[in-house]
Design a protein around this ligand. Structure first.
Ligand code: HEM
Length: 547
């Protein structure tokens, strides 16, 4: 790899970019043998000697908010600056950046679904799908979240009585899979209560999608890979099974189609089938012959399931680790608001602000996904942001870009005590005047129930930002608030083993290494609190930054 090192010297100049530092991954990788293993397996994680986003975090400390990263012939511009992220995600035209290599990787699974879709397909599909997530539907979904949460509670009650350990990460994956199945295509995976071949197929497809997204050799494109490569043969079978199920669900919905306008559909109750599929099939003018409906359903199954599960997992983990007063405050809030009820309605969720901020704080420390991927379709110039590059950074057509949400969310330039799980931070403004053109975090700019990219001026991107922002953000936050409040209302949780044994590994989402093993204990008493949250919310911490 001496050649690689040479090829990277002055790479920025060769592409006509303003000079940004070069990081060559091979230089930092742990051992020669793991490099060879990574290169042969085409696996970025092995090549990087651990999760790629952690390597990018190290380079961020060494090189600052923008640098080039090269793996052999491939190179990426890694961006960890809110002003540059704002430019790419919101200020440039929607045609200027596409999903690039992410689309290439996901195409065999999601087709032209909304996440990988090219800008032209995306424009048409986004317009069709967004109305499906209307306010009345979201409110109706709260009941569904409660029903699925109830199955989980029943199971945990049994485990609590037996005093057995439960892997809560696995439980959260089951409950979110059941929710996405019912809400998106009215299919009951029933994964909270039983194992089935379909559920296993979903998980194997997810793992394959994650493996592909961390590979730089497209092994799945090798000739006839699905005929002779063990994992690929199985993957093909799983995809066929899921495709058959989706085709059947779509056909059944089409057979009972009752066309209507979007406004009429929003009023419709559809109690027996409130799914998004029903909405899309009934929508007047929707083209039901093309494959994009299947692609969008598959995309939402994959995008909307483990992301929410990960947020729940890390919230429960952090709450069980932090100051015991923090957990007591949140449980006191939940148990007071629910007052003997076993599930919340919309107004209850509005009243549970501490719980909501705990959930969103988990997405700051564990962003899902930890990297956003783009490719420049035309030349562009990024603003200088927090760098000294006076003329900004020139981008050539075809440049692959990683926006590191992990680095943004944990940057000491953008947050006070960034490594600390502190949900009260969302109550306090923060601004570093050293980062030019960045407005800072301002709680007065929160418009909905959660702080997001707008309130933080693109330093916090829990659901991305701009045109390609997540369509399921409100859905996911509501789902998580219902599930977590039902659990904290009824149980205390005791982590088994040391916190550091929980570990972390990643694909598209950040998973634990060894599960989140906890013993649930039934308890619904309202704990005593000492005003810890309020005191912290008011305190303004300066930390050398201007506020
Ligand atoms: C896009 C995160 C839940 C469907 C995105 C993006 C992020 C994200 C960061 C932007 C990706 C990019 O810019 O490249 C999350 C997180 C979730 C979550 C953290 C849960 C905590 C959901 C759910 C659904 C969903 C529940 C569907 C029911 C989508 C879709 C897109 C997307 C379709 C593509 C939007 C577009 O390109 O127009 N999500 N998501 N997500 N998400 Fe989510």
């Amino acid at each position: 790899f001496a050649t690689n090192l040479l090829a990277n010297v002055g790479f920025g100049d060769a592409l006509g970019m303003a000079k940004v530092p070069n990081a060559v991954i091979q230089k930092y990788e742990g051992s020669f043998f793991s490099f060879i293993k990574g290169a042969l397996g085409g696996d970025l994680q092995t090549l990087a000697g651990g999760p790629l986003f952690l390597l990018l975090a190290k380079y961020y400390t060494d090189y600052g908010p923008i640098f080039n990263l090269s793996f052999g012939p491939k190179s990426f511009l890694v961006v960890s600056d809110p002003v540059m992220a704002r430019h790419i995600l919101r200020e440039s035209s929607p045609d200027q950046y596409c999903k690039g290599m992410l689309a290439e990787i996901l195409e065999p699974i999601m087709g032209k679904g909304l996440i990988p879709a090219d800008p032209e397909t995306w424009r048409v599909r986004r317009r069709a799908i967004v109305p499906g997530f209307h306010k009345r539907w979201l409110n109706r979904m709260i009941n569904l979240f409660g029903d699925c949460g109830e199955r989980l509670i029943n199971d945990l009650e049994v485990r609590a009585n037996q005093k057995t350990t439960v892997d809560m990460e696995e439980r959260f994956c089951s409950v979110t899979l059941d929710i996405i199945g019912k809400s998106v295509f009215n299919f009951d995976f029933g994964s909270t209560t039983k194992e089935s071949p379909v559920v296993k197929a979903v998980y194997r497809v997810l793992r394959e999608a994650e493996h592909r997204s961390s590979s730089f050799i497209p092994y799945w494109n090798l000739p006839y890979a699905d005929k002779w490569m063990g994992g690929q043969v199985e993957f093909r079978k799983d995809m066929t099974m899921l495709d058959d199920i989706l085709a059947d669900l779509i056909n059944r919905a089409v057979e009972s189609r009752k066309e209507a306008t979007v406004e009429e559909l929003e009023e419709r109750d559809n109690a027996e089938d409130p799914s998004l599929l029903r909405f899309l099939v009934d929508m007047r003018g929707e083209d039901l012959t093309s494959k994009v409906l299947r692609d969008d359903l598959m995309t939402m199954l994959i995008a909307g399931h483990e992301t929410t599960a990960a947020m729940l997992t890390w919230t429960l983990f952090e709450l069980s680790q932090g100051d015991p007063q923090m957990l007591r405050e949140v449980q006191a809030e939940v148990r007071t608001v629910l007052k003997g009820k076993d599930r919340p309605d919309y107004d209850d969720i509005v009243a549970m602000k501490k719980l909501r901020y705990c959930l969103i704080e988990a997405l700051r420390l564990y962003p899902e996904p930890p990297i956003l991927i783009r490719r420049a379709r035309t030349g562009d110039t990024l603003p200088a942001g927090g760098t000294e590059l006076k003329d900004g950074v020139k981008i050539l057509r075809g440049t692959d870009i990683f926006i590191s949400t992990w680095n943004l969310h944990r940057s000491p330039e953008l947050w006070e005590n960034p490594e600390k799980y502190d949900p009260t931070r969302w109550e306090r403004p923060f601004k570093n005047i050293g980062v030019k053109e960045w407005e800072g975090y301002n709680p007065n700019k929160i418009t909905g129930l959660y702080p997001n990219e707008i309130a933080s001026d693109f330093a916090f991107l829990p659901f991305g930002g701009g045109q390609r922002k997540c369509v399921g953000d409100q859905f996911a936050m509501m789902e998580a608030a219902v599930t977590m409040s039902m659990l904290l209302n009824k149980f205390d949780f005791e982590l088994q083993g040391r916190p550091e044994d929980v570990g972390m590994k990643t694909g598209a989402t950040i998973h634990t290494m060894n599960g989140l093993n906890m013993i649930p204990k039934i308890n619904d008493e309202i704990p005593e609190t000492t005003g810890w949250w309020e005191a912290r919310s008011k305190s303004v911490q300066v930390n050398g930054h201007s506020i």
